[in-house]
Every structure is written in C-alpha cells, then in structure tokens.
Design a protein around this ligand. Structure first.
Ligand SMILES: Cc1cc2nc3c(=O)[nH]c(=O)nc-3n(C[C@H](O)[C@H](O)[C@H](O)COP(=O)(O)OP(=O)(O)OC[C@H]3O[C@@H](n4cnc5c(N)ncnc54)[C@H](O)[C@@H]3O)c2cc1C
Length: 453
C-alpha cells in the first residue's frame, strides 16, 4: 500500500539511474531496475483531475449521504466509488435490508420515503437493490454531487503541515490526482486513512480475528406465501430466529453442512427473495488473494445450497439464483483512530455526548469469528443501550483535513459490531458531509466546526 512515507522512501531509495520514458497515458516517467522481491515504481507526473472543496471516497451508505450533505451546504463535492454503482453493500453487495433507520431523520428518512413511494416496494427496510442504485444516483445528482464511478482511491499525500492535500486514483482514465480542502473516508475498510498513514485497529483484541464475510444472493422460483406457510419466513419479508433455524434444517436436509447456521431470507417483492446463507471465516479485507478465494468459495457454497434445495422438490422445485453480489459482504475492516474512540463501555452505559451526530439503537452483533464457535452470531453478553456517536469519532487523529464515516470510524471491536449497520452509517455520513463542507468553505479544520441536526 502506498502512503506518504513510502513515497518519500521510494524517491530516496531509487538511486539507480532513472530512465525517462513515456507511459501509456502519455505522461513522462522515470524507470528504475527492480530489486529482489521489490519493484520501485517509477516516479511519474500525474494529471490533477479536479480541485474541489470536499472529496468523499467510497459511495456506500455512509459516502452517498456524506456527499449529498456536503453538496447541499454549497461545497463543491466529488464522490469517488470503485464499483459501477453507488450503494456499497446495499447494491454491489445485494444486502437488501436496512437496519436501525426508524428514528433517523434527514437523508435516511428522505431515502426511506423515496424507496417507499417506488413501485412494488415491500417495505423501506427490505428494498430492491436495483431500484436502490437508481435512487442513490438521482439523489446525488439532484444535490449537485460530481460522481465518479469505476475509480479506486489508491494513494494519499499530506502537505508539510500534515494536512491531507491530494489523493491519487486508478480508473479507465489511468492515474489521476485530486485536490480538496477536506476529505472523507467512507470506503468501509478505511483505505484512504490507511494510505494517509493514519493508525488503526483491526479485529478482536488479542486475536485480531475479524467477523466473517458473506455473499448475498437474490433467488426466484419460490413464493413468499409458501415460505411463510412452512415457517421459513415471516410475512412481509421478515425473518425470525425460528425461521432461520428451520431454513438451516432445510439446507441440512438437502445434504449441505452450511457454514452459517442462521441463514436468513427477506422477500423483496412477489417471486423475489434475498438470501444470506454463508460465512467465510478468517478472511483479511486487505488481502486481495484472501478476498478472491473467499468470493470463489462463497459463490460455490451458495450455488450448492440453492441446487440442494431445488433437489428437495416441493416448494423448492423451481428455485434459482438470479444474481450473487458483485462484492462479497465485508463486515469488518480498519477502525481508524479518531479524536475519540467509542468503546464497549459507552454502549453499556448508553453514552451521551455534546457533539453527538448519531443515536445508535442496534445491539452488539458479532458473527462467529471461526467455524468452531457455532457459526451464528451473538452479543458476547454485552447489553447495549441506545448511545451516541460523537463527531470526534469521525475526525482522524493522525492527519488533518480527514474525516471518516460508516464502519471505518473510531471505535473498539464491540462498538463497531453495533454502530456499523447502514441506518447509522447514513446518519454519520450526513454529519461528516455537513462538517466537512463547513470546514472547507470557512478554510478551517473539521474539529473547529460544530454539528447541528
Ligand atoms: C453480509 C453482511 C450483512 C449485513 N447485514 C446488514 C443488514 O441486514 N442491515 C444493515 O443495515 N447493515 C448490515 N450490514 C452492515 C453494513 O452493510 C455495513 O456495515 C455498511 O454497509 C457500512 O457502510 P459503509 O458505507 O461504511 O461501507 P460499505 O457499504 O462497505 O461501502 C464502502 C464503499 O466504498 C467503496 N470503496 C471501498 N474502497 C474504495 C477505494 N479504495 N476507492 C473507492 N471506493 C472504495 C466500496 O466499493 C463501497 O461502495 C451487513 C454487512 C454485511 C457484510
């Protein structure tokens, strides 16, 4: 991973005589010979694609809200997303279910209202991922956000005062630099903050184990009323503990020892069901080989499960997969160090903060960290009361001009297992966008701005 320190190191270490050459994008480059196991990427000029007020990296639930919120404050705002759609786990991940949104106003409520008004939507909670893509596009465009899809943030550079100044992206346009006054890391995994040399934590204290990944699928050929009649699903797209237990037994009856013991189905609309039925354990979100292997195994398992169910006949005789997620669902990445780290104790006491930006109502939800611990999920005995996320948890500690929103904010393992769900990610994004815009427009830092709902 490239960061500012690496860049300086590379520049200093490249004592081999540089050869000037021309890159495929027509930029002048310097080339040097590789060393054993290391290749020193030649220095090259990178065109500055855009200079703007606020750049949001990652267009998931947190990033789309951050970008809309910043743009509505009057800040020139760019939203950079590596997939071909906005929405993150909502869309590329086919999640299909929003948690902890009910008491949220602002952008979360606007989105829910728009989804509810849309054609054949069951409930706002369970949504159609395709319609979600379109709705997010429209909301961002209406707010005046400059959207850039198919573009991955791959490097970050701070100035001599340790203020983040440029990011570098890779896309169909090659390598580009972007300059902004304030940046928001909404990449879920905290990619931008890590590239900017921020410190972070990953996984369970002591073991470093992270929650498993899951690949969502959309299925057809099985009717909701039949699933409800068989106790495999509740009416109107809901699931319950007993439905999950029955579905697990049904998968077992099909001869499959599934990796996830609490499989869930949500009815999206007549004849269309979302299913979460697998766990991939011990996968690092920062290792492309791990994520690739997990994706291949998960796709195999989900297909085996659906083929197995079809083999049972009866209500399952026509069941088919329409699509699996383009992106395997990543529950846990980096938790970037902020100016305040939310902890398990804050959850237990139901903490209140003067600079609160989000009220979390969701429980601690830790999915099994390895195969031998039951394969389901649980709270590890922690009883969380509704608590606040303070603005300080959204402001990076180690570099200036950088905020975080969504699951990569500053918190411990158990706090993350609660605030990470999408209703909270949206509300955090909205706050981050508002503060980033105000800071950019006043030429100050996010920590000097107060947040008002
Ligand atoms: C299997 C699974 C089931 C879940 N179930 C639920 C549920 O039922 N309800 C619920 O509300 N929540 C659920 N969650 C939690 C929730 O989905 C996430 O915690 C939430 O999506 C966090 O939002 P985010 O915007 O921070 O991250 P993400 O949704 O991960 O979005 C991050 C975005 O950044 C983009 N990105 C990443 N890196 C880069 C980069 N370097 N450059 C450019 N773009 C980048 C990604 O493509 C993505 O669009 C679930 C999660 C998983 C994995």
């Amino acid at each position: 991973m490239t960061n500012r320190r690496d860049f300086i190191k590379i520049g200093a270490a490249a004592s081999l005589a540089p050869i000037t050459t021309k890159s495929v994008f027509g930029q002048s480059q310097e080339k040097s010979e590789p060393e054993d196991g290391v290749f020193f990427e030649p220095k090259h000029k990178v065109p500055v694609s855009r200079e703007t007020d606020v750049i949001v990296c990652g267009g998931g639930p947190a990033g789309f809200a951050a970008a809309i919120s910043a743009a509505r404050q009057g800040a020139r705002t760019s939203l950079i997303e590596m997939h071909g759609c906005l929405g993150g786990v909502w869309t590329a991940g086919l999640l299909s279910n929003i948690i902890d949104f009910r008491d949220k106003n602002g952008i979360m409520k606007e989105l829910v209202d728009r989804l509810e008004k849309s054609d054949a939507q069951y409930t706002a909670k369970v949504y159609d991922a395709e319609l979600m893509k379109l709705t997010l596009d429209q909301m961002c465009l209406e707010a005046g956000v400059n959207i850039r899809l198919h573009t991955r943030v791959s490097a970050a550079y701070a100035n001599s005062k340790n203020r983040l100044e440029y990011i570098v992206t890779d896309s169909f346009s090659g390598r580009e630099a972007w300059k902004a006054k304030v940046f928001i890391d909404a990449t879920g995994n905290g990619d931008l903050a890590a590239q900017a040399s921020c410190k972070y934590d990953v996984g369970q204290p002591g073991t470093g184990k992270t929650q498993p990944m899951s690949l969502m699928a959309i299925i057809t050929g099985v009717e909701e009323d039949e699933l409800v009649r068989e106790g495999l699903m509740q009416a109107r797209g809901k699931s319950s503990a007993s439905c999950k237990a029955k579905l697990y037994k049904e998968i077992k009856r099909a001869g499959i020892d599934a990796s996830y013991t609490k499989p869930t189905m949500f009815a999206i609309r007549p004849g269309l069901i979302a299913i979460m039925a697998n766990h991939q354990y011990g996968v690092s979100a920062f290792n492309a080989n791990h994520v690739t292997q997990a994706t291949l195994e998960a796709r195999r398992e989900v297909n085996d499960i659906i083929d197995g169910l079809r083999g049972l006949g009866d209500i399952w005789k026509n069941v088919r997969i329409i699509a699996t997620g383009e992106q395997i669902g990543i529950r846990e990445g980096r938790r970037i160090h902020g100016r305040y780290m939310l902890t398990k104790d804050d959850l237990i006491k139901g903490a209140r903060f003067d600079d609160a930006v989000c009220r979390v109502n969701f429980c601690v939800d830790v999915h099994a960290l390895d195969k031998n611990s039951g394969g389901g999920y649980g709270s590890h005995g922690i009883h969380a009361r509704p608590y606040d996320v303070p603005l300080r948890s959204l402001i990076a500690k180690d570099v200036q001009g950088l905020m975080m929103a969504g699951r990569c904010i500053s918190g411990d393992f158990f706090a993350h297992a609660s605030y990470r769900v999408t209703g909270n990610s949206v509300q955090m994004g909205e706050a981050a966008g508002q503060v980033a815009a105000k800071a950019a427009l006043k030429n100050t830092l996010p920590e000097n701005v107060s947040y008002t709902v």
